[in-house]
Design a protein around this ligand. Structure first.
Ligand code: CTP
Ligand code: CA
Length: 236
């Protein structure tokens, strides 16, 4: 692909981007959710389309305009997201999957088909306990399913705060190892950082190198450009 301009360095590529945040239903009116807006995933999809890729966005509860040239598939829960992504990837031909969605780690064990009532009778002051079960790790599943083929190229995101056991980069490096993906985009969250904001600071980590590319504070569009500048030359 040498000699092509950055403007079309994804021409002919098929890209799937998950974006937004999953919702795990408790009953017909309630869910467990998270604060992901979908902005970073949409920016990644928009940039890929600008660079010539055929882009499918799998959007979990996103309230944003569809970027030009992208197809959108809407999902709500982690299980629905997994079903759509594995369907797209197993249909073949996908060159890159970008897991920008914030996937709930847990979902309620039981979905109650009718609205959960506060009280079961006069003087009933009890409160229910919500039992949770683990959701599948979709990213790890995509990496495992591709096996030796190394296709598609898989990009993971990591929202990290840093804590007493290590800083953001320490946690990101460990997550990259655990996930086995080809690129990990680590962003600092908490204290009003990242979620729903237009600016973002991220660190790009790849396996087999200690080199880290830090981008930002930058717009989510600039972060998307840096991601594709890293990924495009690595595609076979
Ligand atoms: N992810 C996923 N399936 C899940 C949870 C996360 O595919 N059930 C993906 C996210 O889309 C993201 C990456 O894994 O690309 C990292 O998500 P993150 O929540 O940071 O990592 P976890 O492995 O869930 O670890 P933790 O939340 O404990 O930090
Ligand atoms: Ca998680």
């Amino acid at each position: 692909r040498a000699g092509t301009s950055p403007g079309d360095d994804l021409a002919g590529r098929r890209v799937v981007v998950s974006a937004g945040g999953t919702r795990e239903a408790l009953d017909p009116v309630r869910f467990l959710g998270n604060r992901s807006s979908g902005k970073q995933g949409y920016a990644v999809a928009a940039e890929a389309a600008l660079r010539g890729a055929h882009v499918t966005l799998v959007a979990a509860n996103v309230d944003l305009a569809t970027p030009p040239g992208c197809e959108v598939v809407r999902v709500e829960s982690a299980l629905e997201l997994q079903e759509q992504l594995t369907g797209l990837v197993s249909a073949g031909d996908v060159d890159v999957v970008v897991m920008a969605a914030a996937v709930a780690d847990f979902r309620p064990r039981h979905y109650v088909g009718t609205k959960i009532k506060k009280s079961h009778g006069d003087g009933d002051e009890s409160a229910p306990t919500v039992e949770l079960v683990r959701n599948p790790d979709i990213l790890a599943g995509l990496v495992a399913a591709r096996g030796e083929s190394r296709t598609p190229y898989v990009v993971g995101f990591a929202a990290e705060t840093g804590d007493e056991s290590g800083d953001v980069l320490h946690h990101a490096r460990a997550k990259l190892e655990r996930k086995g993906c080809d690129l990990l985009v680590a962003n600092e969250v908490g204290g009003g950082k990242a979620f729903g904001q237009d600016d973002n600071t991220v660190h790009l980590l790849r396996p087999g190198t200690q080199e880290v590319v830090t981008v930002g504070p930058a717009t989510k569009a600039a972060v998307a450009t840096a991601i594709w500048d890293t990924v495009a030359p690595e595609l076979r």
